[in-house]
Write a protein that binds this ligand. Structure first.
Ligand code: NDP
Length: 435
């Protein structure tokens, strides 16, 4: 704790894992005296580098680039790149640490990593984004590779950025390999990868509801965020017969009492992915909607909440509001969106709560499927990838039940995911010795 006292998000993520894993370790002789958790919390490597770039007016800027290579005991480092002004060592270490457990849960051979920059893509032209991405990759390329470390997208890094990053990697290395995931379909990408995190989150929630004979049909859903994860979580929930009534961004949330149907969602996708506008514009377009500036959507009555924006966006007070309004299920699309107080409240109320490292693992799982297709030099169909994604989400759910069910039958999915993710990585580390 002392060594990382200036990294609150990282400590929060470690504490959540430690609380569930330490009691488990104490019951297993094989982990005795191995100091496994102590070894897991120290990144194998943490790289920071200068990213100079020139804006459209000719002015030179400098941002800081990062790559945290957390753990490669079960496969090459794998995890997204985040471009957002709040990016720092604490945030990336928390994300990389969570990624280790998440990737292990997918059952695919992937270690954990994360990276990014404090660069703010908002308001930048396509040319500025390209120059930044090229500069970023002109250093990152020497630390990554298809068998070493395979980055993907995250907040602020979508298909456009992955394209610019891949182009520079290919030029510098003079090779065409699956070094990044989330690529375009014509140059090594996988069908369903853009949809995978949002769809996977809904599939996971479906599995939870099924344990009580319930489903999405007729349910009211609140979603936060309006980026990649939020868009496809909303799409799948609607497809399954639910009514999605909110979306948000960092300026506030929109509430549409009539629901955000497929046509309205395609407006959001155009607004966010092409025009790069603000979610408030939705309320100007659709009279059934209102915009609530500076607020999060957790005050809206719902059956199921899907937080899909960012870390610590749902606190203890929000959790109390959701519970009082009759919410029965919270499934995290974002990484660590619920604070520890919120998680405690969900567990006390005995409602379904899925932590991101289980419920949003569909994104990285499909990245793993993209890597496999790249190695095979072959593309699976949309139906094939979707079927594999569904199966992986079901398997993660089953693993959570195995390690997280208490004597009264209540499932603590946080405990289940942490222990199931831990076991595979810990066993590999023990087998490989102290390295
Ligand atoms: P995007 O950049 O596509 O969208 C992010 C959304 O969250 C935007 O609506 C953004 O609003 C909002 N947001 C970001 N930061 C804040 C903030 N500080 N306060 C309020 N709102 C904020 O990112 P993704 O959809 O890819 O990622 C969303 C979450 O899902 C992240 O936690 C990410 O780590 C997680 N995740 C993503 C995966 C993926 O495959 N993409 C995989 C697994 C997890 P604005 O436009 O105003 O910034």
């Amino acid at each position: 704790k002392a060594r990382n006292s200036h990294e609150p998000e990282f400590l929060q993520a470690v504490q959540e894992v430690a609380e569930t894993v330490i009691p488990y370790i104490a019951t297993k002789d094989i982990y005795n005296g191995k100091n496994i958790l102590l070894r897991m919390v120290e990144p194998e490597r943490a790289i920071t580098f200068r990213v100079p770039w020139v804006d459209d007016k000719g002015e030179i800027h400098v941002n800081r680039g990062y790559r945290i290579q957390m753990n490669s005991a079960i496969g090459p480092y794998k995890g997204g790149l985040r471009f957002h002004p709040t990016v720092n060592m604490s945030i990336l270490k928390f994300l990389a640490f969570e990624q280790v457990f998440k990737n292990s849960l997918t059952t695919l051979p992937m270690g954990g990593g994360k990276g990014g920059s404090d660069f703010d893509p908002k308001g930048k032209s396509d040319d500025e984004i390209m120059r930044f991405c090229h500069s970023f990759m002109s250093e990152l390329f020497r630390h990554i590779g298809a068998n070493t470390d395979v980055p993907a997208g995250d907040i602020g890094v979508g298909g456009r950025e992955i394209g610019f990053l891949f182009g520079m990697y290919r030029k510098l290395r003079n090779e065409f390999t699956g070094v990044l995931t989330g690529k375009g379909l014509s140059w090594g990408g996988s069908l369903i990868r853009p949809e995978a995190t949002g769809y996977g989150n809904v599939y996971f929630a479906q599995n939870m509801l099924k344990t009580k004979g319930d489903s999405f049909e007729g349910k009211i859903i609140t979603v936060s965020g309006s980026g990649n994860v939020a868009q496809f979580a909303a799409e799948k929930a609607t497809e399954l017969g639910a009514k999605v009534v909110t979306l948000s961004d960092s300026s506030g949330y929109i509430y549409d009492k009539d629901g955000i149907d497929a046509e309205k969602l395609s407006f959001v996708m155009e607004l966010k992915n092409v025009k790069r506008g603000r979610i408030s514009e939705y309320a100007s377009k659709y009279p059934s909607a209102e915009f609530h500036e500076g607020k999060t959507p957790w005050e809206v009555k719902c059956d199921i909440a899907l937080p899909c924006a960012t870390q610590n966006e749902l606190d203890g007070d929000d959790a109390q509001k959701l519970i009082a309004n009759g919410c029965v299920c919270v499934s995290e699309g974002a990484n660590m969106p619920s604070t520890p107080e919120a998680i405690l409240a969900f567990h006390k109320a005995k409602i379904f709560f899925a932590p991101g490292k289980a419920s949003n693992a569909g994104g990285v799982a499909t990245s793993g499927l993209e890597m496999t297709q790249n190695s095979l030099r072959y593309n699976w169909t949309r139906e094939e990838v979707d079927a594999k994604l569904k199966q992986i989400m079901e398997d993660i759910h089953t693993a959570c039940l195995e390690y997280g069910t208490d004597d009264n039958g209540y499932v603590d999915y946080v405990k289940g995911a942490n222990i199931a993710g831990f076991v595979k990585v810990a066993d590999a580390m023990i087998a490989q010795g102290v390295v």
